[in-house]
Every structure is written in C-alpha cells, then in structure tokens.
Design a protein around this ligand. Structure first.
Ligand code: BTN
Length: 325
C-alpha cells in the first residue's frame, strides 16, 4: 500500500464520515486522487462505505498497528525480553524476515509485525492469506540452548498460550486442532508456524509465527472453513491482543527449555477440539484413520488405530476430521 493510500486510510481511521474534498484538503491532493486511493483501499478488502451527501467512512474506524501502544500493554517481563519491535506496513512474510534477521545477528527477542503479507506462509507449503490491516501477522524469535529435541511440542504450547489470550478477550468456543490450528466455533481462526535455525544439537533459534484472523471478511478466498474474532467481538484492539499474546508467550518460552511440553499436556487436552473423534491423518498421498485420543507428554498425537494407540508426530502431517466433511 503506497504512502498516499495510507494517508487516506488515516483520514478515515476515526470511523466518521468524511467527504472526498475534506480528505483531499487535509492531505493536499485533489478529490479525484482521493477517490483513486479509496478504490485501492476497497481493493485491499477494507469495507469503505460510501453514502451520497455524507462521504466515506470505515465503520468502526481503523486501528493501525502501533509500537507505542503495543509496548504500553506489555508486561514488564515481556518488554525486557523483546529486543526490537520491527513494524512493517507490508512485507513478504514476517517469518521470512525473522529468518533473515537470524542469519545476520543473534536476533533473540526480535519481534516482526506487519499490516500485510504478500507471501504469508502456512504449514505444509501452503499460503497464508494476509489482507492489509485486518488481522495479526506476528513472528517472534527465541533462542534455546540445549538442542532441538527439547523443543518437542513447542508449537502446541504456543497454541495453548494463544488460546488463553483469546479466551481472556472474552471469546467463546476457542479450541485447538492438533498440531497447531486455533479454532473458533470449530472453524480456523489462526495458525502457528515454527521455523528453526542453528545447531540442532546446541544453540538454536526458533521463529514463532502466529497468524490470527481479527477482521477477515468474506472477500478473501480461503480453502477451508474459517473464523474471525469480529464475528463475536466487534471492538478488538490488535495492538492490545498482540501484547497479551506476547505477555503469555515469553514466560512460557523462558521455562520451556527446562520443563518442555509436559506441563502443557493437560491444558492442551482441555482445549482439544477433536478428542474421541474419528480422524484421518494425512501425510503426502497417504492417509491413516483412527480415533484422536489426546496427546502424549511430547506433543505427539495419541491416535487409536483398531484399538492400539500410537504416536503421530507433527512435521508434515495434518489432521482431517471424518464426520466434518
Ligand atoms: C498454518 O498453516 O496454520 C500456519 C499459519 C501461520 C501464519 C503466520 S502469519 C505470521 C507468520 N508469517 C508467515 O508467513 N506465517 C506466519
């Protein structure tokens, strides 16, 4: 989004009606130029309302991501642990940016946020639909000393803290789908993508990528049932929610190297959307049917196949619920 479009968006951020000439006067461009920028906002998926005689407005206003606001809501422990808040208006992918940072410097505590991702990454090589200003796209870097094996189950533990932050907002029916989808009313609200770098047997860095649909609207094509926070709560501050997530995530990361997933097993199971359900585990072209029966203390899925329980590890597999399709 170019700087002029962003200035027009700023003019509408208060949620009131403004005429084209009022906006034009405020930012020093013609009405025609304003109209062109408004069109770009609409193309980006923003719900610009146009009423004859009144002008334009964004119902409910628009809250830009703001470093100061995020910092003001962080716990003291978390502000100390965050080495940098790198905020972008647009970027390919916050995870990619964080991985680049790691290749240049230690990057522990580096936080990357963006209003828009042009190439947002999902699990299993999928795209993550990332329209401007609607959602949260966050990547945070943490460093672990002691090898990658102690990180088993970490993405599930991240799911637990994100779900807790969402519950604290007042959302109802937040649950988790193994290995790391966040669901609202059974539909996908968010996802977690962990990427690792460094020495698998020594010091390694983990990029924790979190995407949450806050105000996603139907104009965006997504190939699975999805949900958005706005369907339950209309006044949600993305800045505050980001701070709430980090204020829960950071203490968890600090402890994780020592205690691992075992203390998150129970909280994860209490949020499990599919316990006792018949599921297919998909991996490449193969599929395995069984009953989802919770998780092991290392975060592996406990799958009951013809009465025998066996562990299924995250990585490149995904779970599909049988009776949903
Ligand atoms: C999934 O497939 O469920 C995982 C989605 C993870 C999306 C987030 S958005 C912020 C971060 N940057 C990315 O490119 N992906 C992750």
């Amino acid at each position: 989004m170019n700087p002029l479009t962003i200035r027009v968006l700023h003019s509408l951020s208060d949620g009131y009606f403004h005429s084209g000439s009022e906006i034009g006067d405020a930012i020093g461009v013609s009405r025609a130029a304003v109209w062109k920028q408004l069109q770009k906002l609409i193309d980006a998926g923003l719900d610009v309302e146009c009423v004859k005689g009144k002008g334009y407005r964004l119902e409910g206003g628009f809250e830009f991501l703001n470093k100061g606001l995020i910092a003001s809501h962080l716990s003291v422990e978390s502000s100390v642990a965050i080495s940098e808040i790198d905020l972008h208006s647009e970027i390919e992918s916050t995870n990619l940016q964080a991985m680049k940072r790691i290749s240049e410097t230690s990057a522990r505590g580096y936080l990357c946020l963006s209003e828009y991702q042009s190439a947002g990454k999902g699990r299993r090589g999928r795209d993550w639909v990332s329209p401007f200003g609607h959602n949260i796209y966050l990547s945070f870097v943490w460093e672990f000393d002691g090898g990658a094996s102690q990180l088993e189950g970490l993405s599930l533990a991240v799911g637990v803290v994100v779900a807790e932050a969402l519950n604290a907002l007042g959302l109802e029916k937040v649950s988790l789908k193994w290995p790391n989808d966040i669901l609202l009313n059974g539909r996908k609200l968010g996802g977690i993508l962990l990427e690792m770098s460094g020495d698998p047997a020594g010091v390694c860095q983990v990029v924790i990528g979190i995407g949450i649909n806050v105000r996603m609207n139907k104009r965006h094509e997504i190939d699975q049932p999805w949900a958005s926070i706005a369907e339950q709560l209309t006044e949600v501050s993305r800045n505050k929610l980001i701070a709430d997530i980090l204020s829960r995530l950071i203490p968890m990361l600090k402890e994780y190297g020592g205690s691992g997933f075992s203390s998150y097993q129970e909280p994860w199971e209490s949020l499990d959307a599919h316990r006792g359900r018949l599921v297919d585990i998909l991996s490449g072209n193969s599929s395995l049917e069984g009953v989802a029966s919770g998780v092991y203390a290392n975060g592996a899925l406990r799958l009951s196949v013809e009465g025998i329980e066996r562990p299924i590890y995250g990585g490149e597999v995904s779970l599909r619920v049988r009776d949903d399709s």
